[in-house]
Design a protein around this ligand. Structure first.
Ligand SMILES: Nc1ncnc2c1ncn2[C@@H]1O[C@H](COP(=O)(O)OP(=O)(O)O)[C@@H](O)[C@H]1O
Ligand SMILES: Cc1ncc(COP(=O)(O)O)c(N)n1
Ligand SMILES: [Mg+2]
Length: 568
């Protein structure tokens, strides 16, 4: 939409720079996070008149960067749409879709709707001049990449939008011509049609009508087949938008959800399996926002539409069992997070340090030696009284490891025992384990925390107070300290002894589990160092390098019960 003109040049540190508005820089592809190779980097000044005038300073070809305070452009979608109090569609769906697709989303609200899973009970339009004020507030300050429109309930609002977009051009415009909600309620009446067709559509980079909306824009044309959708796409394209996506979510008798994309040259028939679900309220809004998000990241339109469609399909599939509201059409879960909390078998308690009491760590070689599966080993340890399990499967193939981890997780959760994975954060994520245990040379706990999120348990092996301090800073939940005694389980492992264990316990606020050569004969001595944050012992060989895991675990459990763990 924007034509790129350089506004002026600027001399800084004896070098010449071109000054562009953010929009112009964008239109030329001069941004860091755009997939435009061999272009000079762009630098946004944080302070001073350059930035405050809303300019982007761009280096002339080559050379070093303008200053150290360079900023990367955050992809930004502005949605101009109606609010849905039930939060399934409209502004609320747009915000969630953009968050899920990882772009920033600002909002201009055109109408308030009182809406739920039953339907729309009321609509109150925002006055035109206040829509104009919101648009100006956002567009004059923030570097919006893509504007996405949803419910535009009056001619005045459509006109205001078109006027403002001419004043503040953006990189792309995605128009979802929302007219009637799936529940059948009118959100924008036929009176807006002519302004829509004459003013807004010609500015659009893509329009995304569903079958009813395509029909309304085409004077009531009947749309019942994929061929009808193609004809509609061609006719709508003649009205000026660069791309047309006719959505077939409501196409009767189709086992796939088929959409037709037409760019004036080619037709693309996009299929995804039709998800059988009641929770499809807001699919159209979410699809359009996701397209806008991908375009804002710099993807071409075809890729943007494909990714967006795949995202909606995945979210619908994930959200099949979500139960919100009593009406015929429920919302879905854009962030794919709700279900795990409602699943009965999911561990919901936060980390409890007393879980470290009898910490069983599996070992694939020992299991092989004794001819037992990892699942049998875990079952036996839990039956014997283990309070937390760590899977330490150094030799396992990833696929086998994942499968066994999933099976172990089911067993652990049946018994309320947390399951951690040694080293393999990827496996922990893939099977939704309760957490990970990492060593000093594994992925840093801080990075694991970012990947796993705030609730998962993270333990770190530490031998020194410095390492213990770092574990705390990195957001670990507990420390594994050892080897307390010499052990064959780990090669070249330095033994810290009871003194080393005590030093780490005293230096840290974190709960500690002792590890290394501990068994029935010496567990009591370990616990008698009397540190209040020493919560238990972690054991490998003394449980798993034995004929009967359950018996050995039970014996150790009894010894530990007789000690004064964490009581001082
Ligand atoms: N049950 C479903 N399974 C998979 N995809 C669907 C389903 N329903 C709709 N879609 C897809 O969601 C997007 C929105 O389509 P649609 O529901 O037709 O729009 P609207 O919400 O505007 O009525 C389209 O890509 C469509 O193919
Ligand atoms: C505020 C608002 N905007 C858009 C829709 C369309 O969504 P759907 O077609 O899923 O009902 C809606 N119901 N409410
Ligand atoms: Mg729909």
């Amino acid at each position: 939409m924007a034509s790129a003109t350089f506004l002026s040049t600027l001399s800084l540190a004896n070098k010449n720079y071109l000054l562009l508005t953010p929009t112009h820089a964008y239109a030329k592809g001069y941004t860091n996070n755009f997939r435009v190779s061999n272009l000079p980097s762009i630098v946004v000044r944080k302070e001073g008149s350059v930035r405050s005038q809303g300019f982007v300073a761009m280096q002339e070809k080559g050379g070093s960067t303008l200053s150290d305070d360079s900023r990367t452009k955050t992809p930004h979608v502005l949605t101009v749409a109606g609010s849905d109090s039930g939060a399934g569609a409209g502004i609320q769906a747009d915000l969630k879709a953009c968050a899920a697709r990882r772009v920033y989303c600002s909002t201009v609200i055109t109408a308030l709707t009182a809406q739920n899973t039953v339907g729309v009970q009321g609509v109150s339009n925002v006055p035109e001049d206040f829509v104009a004020q919101q648009l100006k507030s956002v567009l004059s300050d923030m570097q919006v990449d893509v504007v996405k429109t949803g419910m535009l309930p009056s001619v005045g609002i459509v006109k205001t939008l078109c006027k403002t977009l001419r004043e503040f051009p953006v990189h792309a415009l995605v128009v979802d011509p929302v007219m009637v909600s799936t529940s059948g309620d009118v959100l924008a009446g036929p009176s807006i049609l002519s302004t829509f067709l004459e003013e807004l559509l010609p500015m659009a980079d893509i329009i995304t009508p569903n079958l009813k909306e395509a029909s309304a824009l085409l004077n009531g044309m009947q749309l019942e087949t994929v061929d009808d959708m193609r004809s509609a796409a061609r006719l709508l394209h003649n009205m000026g938008p660069k791309n047309v996506l006719v959505k077939g979510g409501d196409l009767p008798d189709s086992s796939d959800a088929v959409d037709i994309l037409y760019n004036g040259h080619n037709f693309y028939e996009l299929h995804s399996p039709r998800i059988r679900t009641r929770n499809s309220h807001g699919t159209g809004c979410s699809l359009a926002s996701s397209i806008a998000a991908e375009v804002a990241k710099g993807y071409p339109m075809l890729s943007a539409v494909k990714v967006a469609k795949r995202f909606v399909e995945t979210a619908l599939d994930y959200s099949k069992e979500i139960d919100i509201g009593n009406g015929p059409q429920g919302p879905f879960d854009h962030l794919l997070r709700l279900k795990s909390h409602s699943q009965a078998c999911h561990r919901q308690q936060p980390f409890d340090p007393s879980d470290l009491f009898l910490y069983a760590v599996t070992d694939s070689r020992m299991n092989k030696r004794w001819g037992r599966s990892i699942i049998d080993a875990v079952k036996a340890a839990i039956d014997g009284g283990a309070t937390i399990i760590q899977l330490r499967e150094k030799d396992a193939e990833t696929k086998d490891f994942m499968e066994s981890a999933k099976a172990c997780l089911r067993i652990c959760h049946l018994h309320g025992v947390p399951l951690l994975i040694n080293d393999r954060v990827d496996v922990a994520i893939a099977c939704d384990a309760d957490g990970v245990h990492v060593g000093q040379s594994d992925m840093p706990a801080r990075v694991a925390r970012t990947l796993l999120g705030p609730e998962k348990i993270i333990g770190v092996s530490c031998k020194t107070p410095e390492q213990a301090e770092q574990a705390w800073v990195d957001g670990a939940d507990y420390i594994g300290c050892g080897g307390v005694y010499p052990t064959n389980t780990k090669e070249n492992n330095i033994t810290v002894g009871l003194n080393g264990l005590k030093t780490v316990c005293m230096a840290s606020k974190l709960p500690v589990v002792a590890i290394g050569g501990i068994g029935v004969s010496n567990a009591r001595a370990v616990m008698e160092i009397c540190a209040s944050n020493l919560k238990g012992v972690a054991v490998v060989s003394a449980l798993f390098d034995r004929e009967c895991v359950q018996t050995e675990t039970r014996k150790l459990h009894e010894v530990l019960l007789g000690s004064n763990i964490g009581s001082t």
